[in-house]
Design a protein around this ligand. Structure first.
Ligand SMILES: [Zn+2]
Ligand SMILES: [Zn+2]
Length: 339
């Protein structure tokens, strides 16, 4: 695809502020406020407040406006999936990443060489966002949150089935389901709806704003209502969604004999489930597991792969074993939000 002589590290490289694209004079998902940022998605380890200018999908910009007070001070450039724009000398396109609403891969092209910064992604279907689009490229930058061969996330419908069976088995108990507010919450609601659960789903107050945002973007969550609005409601047999941290705090004591469930890719690790106090751990992840990661390297066909945030070593080792020139890319400020 590109001229062999062009070293990709000469135009896109890590700096203490984040991944910097020199001929475009912008950062991708920078760790601090910068003059110009390209943002892959709304999670806090990628989207931060205070940039002078930010380019992202319209959905991601809407998420940032919901989460950050100072967005009026940021010049917002909206780039829908599939359209491209030129920043400096670089062509920028955003391709779906299948991670959360608005999530994108930044497809950067300069002098005929294409680098894809995939941000966070997964490959399994998600009713809240379009599927990951494999983009052929010279360099693919991949996350590695679950990049160990032991990570095989089971099918989502099986995990949701466990929750619904528990609700049937314990009709007197409230099921408190710990979900991350951005992405996981709305996806779990949609998975419940797909499984035929049409009763009201109750929400902790901290989940409301982003659920409303998803609904405003055409994701029909069905009958959802805040716990604070309940009148004469015992919550017996009900499903109540809350942030995982609320499972252990005073808020949860209003419910009679609750079953604590947690939805996260980490719930496959027994110690993590115990640490979270999850009586019912559900392995529902917004990140690619090992088979999805390795399949993706084959699908994009990039001769070079840079591996970031997570278990870089195993994926670098695997990529090299199939003839890919792979290396770890150490980026500042990647503490995974909502795995
Ligand atoms: Zn993310
Ligand atoms: Zn991330």
């Amino acid at each position: 695809m590109a001229t062999e002589s062009l070293n990709p590290r000469s135009w896109l490289y890590p700096t203490p502020r984040g991944l910097y694209c020199e001929p475009g004079d912008f950062y991708v998902d920078p760790a601090v406020a910068v003059a110009r940022a390209v943002i892959t998605h709304g999670h806090g380890d990628h989207a931060r407040p205070g940039h002078s200018a930010a380019l992202a999908t319209p959905e991601t910009l809407a998420i940032m406006r919901t989460r950050f007070d100072d967005m009026p001070n940021t010049a917002q450039q909206s780039l829908p999936y599939g359209e491209s724009v030129r920043l400096g000398e670089v062509d920028v396109r955003l391709a779906p990443a299948g991670h959360i609403l608005g999530s994108a891969q930044a497809v950067l092209t300069w002098r005929g060489q294409r680098i894809v910064v995939s941000g966070d992604f997964k490959r399994r279907p998600d009713p809240t966002c379009p599927p990951f689009e494999p983009v052929p490229c010279d360099v693919f930058i991949t996350e590695a949150t679950f990049a160990l061969p032991v990570f095989h996330h089971p099918p989502d419908d099986g995990e949701i089935g466990k929750l619904l069976r528990s609700v049937d088995t314990f009709p007197e108990r409230t099921h408190l389901v710990g979900v991350y507010a951005l992405g996981k919450c709305q996806r779990v609601i949609m998975l419940l709806r797909a499984a035929g659960y049409d009763r009201r789903i109750w929400l902790h107050g901290s989940l409301l704003a982003l659920c409303k945002l998803y609904q405003d973007h055409g994701i029909n969550l069905g009958d959802v209502a805040p716990v604070s609005e309940a009148v004469l409601e015992t919550f017996r047999g009900a499903i109540v969604l809350c942030p995982p941290s609320a499972l252990a705090d005073r808020w949860s004591r209003r419910f009679a004999d609750p079953v604590a469930a947690v939805c996260s890719g980490w719930m496959g690790v027994r110690a993590r489930a115990r640490q979270r106090g999850a009586e019912l751990p559900l392995v529902i992840s917004d990140h690619a597991d090992w088979p999805e990661l390795t399949q993706t390297l084959k699908d994009v066909g990039a001769p070079k792969v840079w591996v970031t945030h997570g278990r870089e070593d195993a994926l670098v080792h695997y990529a090299r074993s199939i003839g890919i020139d792979a290396e770890a890319l150490h980026l500042a400020g990647r503490e995974e939000e909502g795995a």
